[in-house]
Design a protein around this ligand. Structure first.
Ligand code: TPP
Ligand code: MG
Length: 274
């Protein structure tokens, strides 16, 4: 029996290099389902990515035009692509290190400009590919390769930051919430303007073992047991939310999209208004 979603993958790259139990496989699987169910022709998609395990989801695995860029620069490249090809779905999938760490400023400003990109940030709380260095989302106290005695930094609330910066759509889900996440991915792709989903994901190899969760399933159970819907957390104190995954839609709003703004100016010149 042929799996009907295999046609969305680059055959010569299979089986994937993802570790057993890694959440990247779930995200790739869901992405194929979403494109199929939305009946989007992969020829109308341009994926852009950076460096890291999560960056392998679009490239090399998903079969569409792809820019596999340098570490942290996916959004800068994607911005150029969207300006030149506004009719295409420009979709960025990359990790917490790539998008929130080295590429953090690009992310904030793309959200502020509200450029019509769809960004899926796979947050596994670590620099997975390089062996487990601390990332901007690593919880405090977690010992990593670069914080062997504990992490004194506070983790970044990346979805809240992108929402505050001005994105049109922001949500957070986990790899346990596959149906909610699939629905959110569809909403994000359909939404005009900058749309962003923080996907909390498991990394048994470089993260789970550091927090006593050696198998992918252990982290999935953590997501299951410790997630709270954003609608139920208002009024709760920060210490009560410690260790919780706040899931749901943070923001959905309509603002001028960046390329539309540029095209408006062009049109005004053409009409002699400017
Ligand atoms: C300029 C630069 N700095 C550092 C690296 C090394 N490097 C490669 S991947 C990576 C971290 C990736 O972490 P993340 O984006 O969270 O992806 P993950 O592997 O966890 O999915 C780093 C630091 C690099 N390739 N280029
Ligand atoms: Mg990571």
């Amino acid at each position: 029996m042929e799996n009907k979603y295999v046609k969305y993958l680059r055959n010569e790259t299979l089986p994937t290099e993802f570790c057993v139990g890694c959440g990247c496989g779930t995200v790739l699987n869901l992405f194929c389902h979403v494109i199929d169910e939305m009946q989007i022709n992969p020829d109308d998609i341009i994926t852009v990515t950076g460096i890291g395990c999560s960056s392998w989801i679009p490239s090399p695995y998903f079969s569409a035009d792809t820019l596999h860029t340098t570490h942290g620069r996916a959004i800068a490249f994607a911005t150029g692509v969207k300006v030149m090809k506004p009719g295409k779905h420009v979709i960025v999938i990359a990790g917490d290190g790539d998008l929130a760490g080295i590429g953090g400023n690009h992310l904030i400003h793309a959200a502020r400009r509200n450029i019509g990109l769809t960004v899926f940030l796979v947050n596994n709380y670590i620099y997975g590919m390089t062996g487990g260095q601390v990332s901007p989302t690593t919880p405090s106290t977690v010992n990593t390769a670069t914080t062997p005695y504990g992490n004194v930094e506070q983790p970044m609330q990346i979805a809240e930051l992108v929402a505050a910066a001005g994105a049109s759509y922001v949500a957070r889900w986990t790899t346990y919430h596959v149906f909610h996440l699939k629905k959110a991915m569809k909403e994000a792709i359909s939404k005009k303007g900058f749309s962003f989903i923080e996907i909390c994901s498991q990394c048994p190899t470089s993260y789970g073992k550091r927090v006593g969760k050696r198998e992918g399933i252990d982290q999935l159970l953590d997501f299951k047991e410790n997630s709270m819907n954003i609608q139920n957390v208002s009024g709760m104190r920060e210490d009560e939310l410690e260790g919780k995954y706040i899931v749901g839609k943070l923001v959905e709003r309509n603002r001028l999209e960046f390329v539309d703004g540029l095209l408006n100016i062009n049109a005004q010149f053409a009409e002699g208004v400017r």
